[in-house]
Write a protein that binds this ligand. Structure first.
Ligand code: NIG
Ligand code: FE
Length: 424
């Protein structure tokens, strides 16, 4: 007797299911897409019950609803593990300035950049910020992102950082995408502390981190067991390695898991500090040298690469994705969606750039955008691959081959998104 399940997907051209050996994928394992030709999937209560050849799945399961996915490939939903999706206004004027020759760092040093968005974000209410961010999440979901990390970091005072965290919580409660919150109070020095950066670090450590930790404890994220991260932008005109270490240590002591923006324009030494603090991920790495690559490879941290940034900034140097993978690092990909360095919604475009300029294979790019990205959010046991017991977050592609995702440029390769077993 076949068991009845909520949803049965059958006759796919292939399922690129990925694999999850327990930790993030490295080396040759990263190049294995876990293909099942003509695969099928049985789903009940938002979870995957079984994955295998369609004939086998049909032998054991009958669907209350069935999708015939002939000539279509199925892959896991993307995990966008580094974004700044909540922000006020835009920075389209800076976009034009850069086209005319100004650099991202020149604009930031002159008081624009992140500080520009801080002013616009402070001026908006929770409701306004939710209304602005919701259509961004709609677009990202339609492009296949089913789990998305969102950072605070455009408030830069206690009240406005808590406001941003509240926006993330409200969006999570009301949008089908699963959100993971990160406290980024140390995104840059706000204008009112320009002459007293140490005073701002004191404020972050003594007031903002305890407030953010208190907010999390009382939030539905805590009830649901969703992790909470702390992040710092370690860079000139932002935070030095010593300041970053002090902030990350305080966050860790308050129960947050560690992330860092590091080696984006300058290799200052924040990487080693973050690795010492058992960072779950180290992000950016555009200028990380061979020693840094070895240090990451020898650690548990996931290397999160954000190729939309230098693509958008018109820079020719990308993170050394090939070198990181060949050196043994666990590599993940993310959009870094933000109004300045990367106004990019699309994980498929990220995979496309990663294949061409970071020299990832399509299989590596897929695993980096799914299971390894899930591990960068401490969510590798729940999402990121299509295996029994995992959340049923998956994409039915328009094409018959998972490699179509990075191969075609600029369109949406996703025909249907299934989130927690529900067709979106
Ligand atoms: O990841 N590098 C720092 N933070 C963001 C940019 C944020 C912004 O420009 O608003 C990033 O690139
Ligand atoms: Fe970022």
């Amino acid at each position: 007797m076949a068991e009845t399940v909520d949803l049965l997907i059958k006759n796919t051209a292939e399922i690129a299911a990925g694999t999850a050996p327990g930790g993030p994928l490295r080396g040759a394992a990263l190049n294995d897409p876990g293909q099942i030709p003509r695969g099928g999937i049985a789903i009940t209560d938002g979870r995957i019950v079984a994955v295998g050849p369609t004939a086998e799945i049909e032998n054991h399961y009958r669907g209350r609803e069935t999708i015939d996915a002939s000539r279509r490939a199925v892959i896991p939903g993307f995990v966008d593990c580094h974004t700044h999706t909540v922000f006020g206004g835009d920075r389209v004027a800076e976009f034009e300035l850069r086209i005319r020759g100004a650099s991202y760092m020149e604009i930031m040093a002159a008081g624009g950049g992140i500080a520009n968005t801080v002013a616009k974000t402070r001026a908006l209410s929770v409701g306004d910020l939710v209304d602005d961010a919701r259509p961004r999440l709609d677009t990202m979901l339609a492009l296949g992102s089913t789990t998305i990390e969102i950072k605070s970091g455009y408030g830069l005072d206690t009240e406005n950082e808590l406001k941003m965290l509240e926006v993330i919580a409200r969006l999570d409660r009301t949008h089908p995408v699963d959100l993971i919150p990160t406290f980024l109070g140390a995104h840059t020095i706000p204008p009112e502390f320009k002459e007293d950066p140490t005073g701002y670090v004191d404020l972050v450590v003594e007031e903002m981190i305890p407030a953010a930790a208190g907010w999390y404890s009382a939030s539905h994220f805590n009830d649901a067991g969703t992790p909470f991260f702390i992040d710092v932008f370690c860079e000139d005109h932002a935070f030095s390695p010593a300041q970053a270490a002090r902030i990350l240590e305080a966050g860790r002591a308050a129960g947050m898991q560690v992330k860092i923006h590091v080696d984006q324009f300058n290799e200052l030494g924040g990487l080693v500090k973050a690795l010492e603090l058992e960072a779950v991920s180290v992000d950016h790495l555009e200028v990380t040298g061979s020693q840094g690559v070895r240090q990451i490879a020898a650690s548990e941290a996931v290397a999160v690469l954000l190729p939309a940034v230098n693509f958008n900034l018109g820079l020719a140097q990308f993170a050394d994705g090939r070198g990181l993978i060949d050196g043994g690092a666990a590599v993940a990909l993310a959009t870094d969606l933000n109004p300045g360095s990367a106004p990019c919604y699309a994980m498929p475009l990220i995979m496309a750039i990663a294949c061409r300029y970071l020299k990832l294979t399509p299989a590596e790019a897929l695993n980096a955008a799914t299971i390894n990205a899930a591990h960068a959010l401490a969510r590798g046991q729940l999402v990121g691959s299509l295996e029994p017991g995992k959340q049923a977050d998956l994409l039915i592609l328009k094409g018959s081959d998972y490699r179509h995702v990075p191969y075609f440029l600029g369109g949406n390769p996703v025909a249907q998104v299934i989130k927690r077993g529900r067709l979106q």
